[in-house]
Structures are given as C-alpha cells and as structure tokens.
Write a protein that binds this ligand. Structure first.
Ligand code: GUN
Ligand code: ZN
Length: 455
C-alpha cells in the first residue's frame, strides 16, 4: 500500500461550511439547473447538501456561511485530454497531425527532461486551475522520471488528475523510441507508485500513444496491466485521414482502427479515446458496447485541420463524451474556448451542404454539460465529481459574471438563467475565474488549506 494514499480526512464530526451563491448545476446534456439564491454545504471536502440557500441554512443552522451572492458557482471543469510536455509549443499553427508531430511535438517531448518537468509541471497545473479545471487526463512523454515529477507537481497543486507516461516502441524518432519491455516496466512502476494516490485524487493512465507508434504486443500488455491494476488507459483514435490510412496499412488484418484496439483488449470502461472523428458505424457501436469514454477536442480538430467529429450523432448513440483541450493540438487550456469550439463545430457541420441541418447543432447547455459532468463520466469519475450532488467531492469554481466581456454596465438586458448560461459559455474566460476548489480546498489562488474567502 502506497503511503501517499493516506487516510481519509473527512469525518462526520468535521464542521460544515455553507457557500451562498447563484448555482449552475449540469444534470444531463442540455439540462442545467439554475438556483438564483443557492448554496453548497461542504463537510471535509465533500458536498453535504445543495439547494436553495434558505433550505440549506435550515438543514445546517450552526454552519458558517460565506456569502458570494453576486457570484456564480459552477462545478469544476474536466479536461479529458491534454499533453503536459507540449504546453511550451502551443499555438504553432499551419501543419496537419503527422507533419506537426515530427516538426514540433517530438522535439518538444525530447526536451521533457526531469529538470524541464520540474519547471513546467507546476506552471501547467496552476494554469489549469486558474482556468477553472479541477480534473485533467494528462499525457506526459516517454520519460519515467519526468512523469514522476509531473505527479509530484499535481499532488502539490491540489488538482485531480490521471496521468500517464506515453508508450511508443515504433515509428517515432529514435530519441523517443522505447523498447517494448522498458515501456511496460516503467509504466507499471509508475502505476504502482501513483495509481489511487491521495485517496484516488491522482490516478495512473496507461498511455499507448496511438496505434501507429505501438506494436500489437505493447498495446496488449498495456491493456493487461491496466486491467490487472484497475488503472485507466488513454490513447488517440481516428483523428486525421492520413493517420487512419497509415494505421490501416500497419494493421491490414484488423478491419478497422477501433478493431486494432479491441484486438489488444484496450476497450474497457476505463479507457479514454481522444478525437474519434473518422469512425464507421460498427466502430462507434464497438466503443458504445465497451462503454469507453470519448474525448472530443474541437479546438484541436480545427487547429490541426483534422476534421469535425459528429458530436450530435455520437451523443445520440449513447457514448460517454467529454471535452479536451488537447494542448498543444489545441492552442489553449481554456475550457471556455473549448466549449465555444464545440458549439461552433457542431454548427458548421449542421450548415454544411447536404447536412440534415439544425438537428446536428448543440446548445450551450450541452457544451457546458460536456465540459463538466460529461467529462467526469467519460473518465469514469461521475460518482466523484462533475456536478453538485451530496456525497460528491466539493470541486467548484467561483465565477465573477462582472468579468464577462460585454457592455452590460451601460443598460440592463436581463438575467434569465438561459442568458447567464449563454454568457458563461460565450463570454467566459480565465478572467472570470475568481477561485477554484478541489475537495473543498482552495487551489486557485493557491492557499494550501481549506477555507473560503471573497475575491
Ligand atoms: N496522435 C498521436 N500523438 C498525438 C499528439 O500528441 N497529439 C494529437 N493531437 N494527436 C496525436
Ligand atoms: Zn492528444
């Protein structure tokens, strides 16, 4: 048993705090509850109650209230797919996936030494938290020690994260290529050290990068280790046409890209598949049958000119879908930008010639759901985080709506719940994120202990 797993810190005797604010609480795609005068009751990092402020106060008359009445409380965002070592090369536009990997990404990952990781990882996690992200599924590169450094930084930052060392034993430059055995041994060691650390706040994700960079044996063994340890597994799937064609040539007998992963035993309910743009109906059904999570990365898909995932159809097939920044495939960690891109991409698909038009669009409530509870569900964490419900961890963000970029000071234009949600998605940004809490602990601005305060 890893000593980092520690003892539970919450107990029935711990005092309750009430945070009073307006609440937006995602329930289902497009179904978001709004409480104008709402409250969260929090005990030992866990949500003890959620509802109208008056009801919560009646239930906990001795609790201390922090009054954030003019603020908006939302569940922490979930970034279901992001690459830590790529953060310094974010924003370099103009290439498609395979060329981009060779030109920018592999050289950047080569630089991901433990010393670089020690500088970069604290900044990366701090930035996720300042954007309101409380849970992230993170790829490192192949280096074991650098991944360890990343885990330590995540541990200190307070963020909830699943992290994995990328696995690749072929078709990548020699400076990143691993032997199959080494890749498996290093991954297993990291999993043993970190999976379920701090009572599950930190998780290990076996990370066979994508089918083109992995032998069948590497994928099969990674899947076996993930199952044996109860850890997660993350990879890329069907992101780019040239990539799909390459994988078809590398695995001519498999029948489809998704079948390559199925043959390796990689498709389970603890698997997160990023992109999923170019899938046939059978592949989609295979993913649904195995209850895998899907990371939809709309900023990345436009930035790398990859394509447009059929979000509406995939939601209608019952897939568990969340949003991912895919930095540096996407240029920014900002989940507001990712939500907007999800709406815009669905709209662009709907407007394309020959499309069944409006049916394929998504509304702001769906984008907000995907960025929160949808993401938690895609990562298999829906019982822990993603929205406000008694028993879940108190992962939330304090939003200052006055920071939404518009001229509303000039004259009143109304504050209906649908307007508040729409402004949150389309005018929200890191600027509007005032505080971020994970398990009731304030992580942004960094404080390092439990407590609530204004601004
Ligand atoms: N496919 C394989 N590796 C990567 C990566 O680092 N980023 C993206 N977007 N796609 C990939
Ligand atoms: Zn990626």
């Amino acid at each position: 048993m890893n000593e980092r797993r520690g003892k539970p810190s919450s107990s029935a005797r711990e005092s309750i705090s009430i945070v009073r604010a307006s609440l937006l609480n995602p329930i289902a795609p497009g179904r978001i509850e709004f409480l104008k005068d709402g409250a969260l009751a929090i005990r030992g990092g866990t949500i003890a109650g959620v509802g109208e402020y008056r009801r919560i106060v009646r239930a906990h008359p001795r609790a201390k209230t922090v009054d954030l009445s003019d603020r908006l409380l939302i569940p922490g965002f979930v970034d279901t797919h992001v690459h830590l070592p790529q953060y310094p090369v974010a924003g370099l536009h103009g290439k498609e996936l395979l060329d981009w990997l060779n030109s920018f990404i592999y050289p950047a990952e080569r630089n991901f030494t433990p010393a670089v990781a020690a500088r970069l990882a604290p900044v990366f996690f701090a930035r996720l938290l300042s954007c309101g992200v409380t849970t992230a599924a993170v790829y490192c590169s192949v280096q074991k020690e650098s991944t360890r450094v990343a885990f330590r930084a995540a541990e200190r930052s307070g963020i909830r994260a699943m992290i994995g060392k990328a696995m690749m034993d072929r078709n990548v430059p020699a400076f990143l290529r691993e032997t199959t055995e080494r890749s498996l041994r290093d991954s297993e060691e990291l999993c043993r050290e970190w999976n379920d650390a701090d009572r599950g706040r930190l998780m290990y994700a076996f990370t066979p990068r994508y089918a083109a960079s992995c032998s069948a044996e590497l994928m099969r063994e990674a899947a076996r280790m993930a199952r044996a340890s109860g850890a997660h597994l993350q990879t890329h799937l069907a992101e780019n046409r040239a990539e799909v064609e390459w994988v078809r040539k590398l695995f001519p007998k498999a029948g489809s890209y998704t079948q390559v992963y199925e043959n390796a035993g990689m498709l389970t309910q603890k698997t997160v598949l990023a992109h999923c743009i170019y899938l046939g109906a059978r592949e989609r059904a295979l993913i649904a049958r195995n209850s895998c999570g899907v990371a939809h990365c709309p900023t990345s898909n436009l930035f790398l000119q990859s394509g447009m995932m059929p979000l509406r159809e995939m939601l209608d097939s019952g897939l568990r879908i969340g949003l991912g920044s895919d930095v540096a495939g996407g240029p920014t960690l900002d989940p507001f930008a990712t939500m907007r891109a999800a709406v815009y991409v669905a709209t662009a698909r709907a407007l394309a010639p020959g499309s069944r038009a409006r049916a394929r669009m998504i509304d702001v409530g769906t984008a907000f759901f995907l960025a929160t509870l949808g993401g938690a569900t895609a990562l298999g964490l829906e019982r822990v985080t993603g929205n406000f419900a008694p028993g879940k961890d108190a992962d939330f963000v304090v939003i200052n709506p006055a920071m939404f970029d518009s001229g509303r000071e000039a004259y009143p234009v109304g504050d209906r719940p649908d307007m508040i949600l729409s402004r949150l998605v389309f005018l929200g940004s890191e600027r509007a994120v005032e505080q971020t809490y994970v398990r009731g602990r304030r992580c942004y601005p960094a404080l390092g202990q439990r407590g609530y305060r204004r601004g």
